[in-house]
Write a protein that binds this ligand. Structure first.
Ligand code: TRP
Length: 342
């Protein structure tokens, strides 16, 4: 598409499933903040409807949704500059998802690796919602005609499916209605790995809490986790090549670089030759300095859930200014009889 008629618009989302951690912050949230107020309109979502594709305790889900919203805001997403929503308050997401259920093919859905991973051996017992998850994700994006979606590498296949759904819809109905959304893949440099195993991503589902730095950890906990992080006995190299085959060392240097807004080269030219006994306290101080304002802001926001609920209601109101007309046009294209004034 050389003449792109679509407003540059960013959409992204995360599941409210508890425990935002350093990997979410450096890998995703900081990028999202960076796209805000620039050349794009930005919409960021807590995907509560996606969360219930596997069982969620209702009270915990509500709490996790508010906590994710607090994490977004504390990390720098500004409810004035971005539209912040929880998915269920903008009903057009689910309504468009139904249309997409009728566009996407069984064969496409069966190839989705995230479904295969999540359903595991017991796919017969997975919810129909888990199977349909990627069609709802396509609807999240396309109900805004979003042009750019920042996501991790693991979501690339879902973005390809989103483009396939948009293309098939446009083709079947002979329209150029949905854009071909571009994924903006988060860089490897900001991929944060487990503190216990440098070959695994930092994850909220790792059974060891020592493997990750949670956004709600206090200063002592952060310092302890970094002190106990797995390393090797060598000193830090002065050149990035010296980190080859040293995944744990590489991870800590990457974290230092990301938190201090420097390149790995810059960090190593300063830190090369230091032992971990010397480097780890410097990293701990930096992490505490950068993360404690975020965790205290999260705690402040969580102390007033009514304020969060108000932000989400306002977000939904603004979102629906965009999503209502797009759903109305979609229904019209598909052949649904529209309501008349009575
Ligand atoms: N599936 C995404 C994840 O697990 C979350 C998500 C839902 C999403 N809808 C989205 C991400 C739309 C980007 C755009 O991380």
């Amino acid at each position: 598409m050389s003449q792109d008629p679509f407003t540059p618009r960013v959409f992204s989302g995360a599941q409210p499933s508890g425990n935002l951690h350093l990997g979410n912050y450096l890998g995703a949230l900081r990028n999202w903040v960076g796209m805000q107020g620039s050349d794009y309109e930005t919409v960021y979502c807590m995907v509560d409807l996606h969360a219930i594709t596997v069982w969620q305790d209702p009270a915990e889900l509500r709490q996790a949704t508010r906590e994710l919203c607090a994490g977004y805001i504390a990390s720098g997403l500004d409810p004035e500059k971005s539209i912040l929503i929880n998915q269920s308050q903008v009903p057009e997401h689910a309504q468009l998802a139904w249309i997409f259920n009728c566009v996407a093919r069984m064969g496409w859905m069966k190839r989705m690796t995230q479904f295969k991973d999540k359903a595991g051996k017991n796919a017969e017992n997975a919810s129909l919602g888990l199977f349909g998850y990627p069609a709802l994700m396509a609807a999240d994006i396309l109900i805004y005609h979003a042009t750019h979606v920042p996501v991790g590498e693991d979501q690339k296949q879902h973005l390809e499916l989103t483009r396939d759904i948009a293309a098939k819809f446009n083709h079947d109905y002979g329209v150029a209605f949905f854009p071909m959304t571009e994924p903006v893949i988060e860089g490897a440099a900001t991929r944060v790995m487990s503190l216990r195993d440098g070959s695994k991503k930092m994850s909220k589902s790792d059974p060891s809490d020592m493997s990750r730095i949670n956004m709600t950890d206090d200063a002592d906990t952060i310092a302890k986790k970094i002190r106990k992080a797995k390393t090797d006995p060598e000193a830090l190299p002065s050149e990035p090549e010296g980190l080859d085959d040293r995944p744990e060392a590489c991870n800590l240097v990457n974290i230092y670089a990301a938190l201090s807004d420097q390149s790995v080269d810059q960090v190593l030219s300063e830190m090369g030759g230091k032992q971990f006994g010397e480097f780890k306290p410097l990293l701990a101080d930096l992490a505490v300095a950068k993360l404690s304002p975020i965790s205290s802001e999260m705690a402040r926001l969580m102390a007033d859930p009514a304020e969060i609920d108000l932000i989400l209601s306002r977000g939904a109101q603004r979102a629906r200014e965009i999503t209502r007309p797009i759903l109305r046009q979609t229904y019209d294209i598909v052949g649904m009889v529209a309501p008349v004034e009575i």
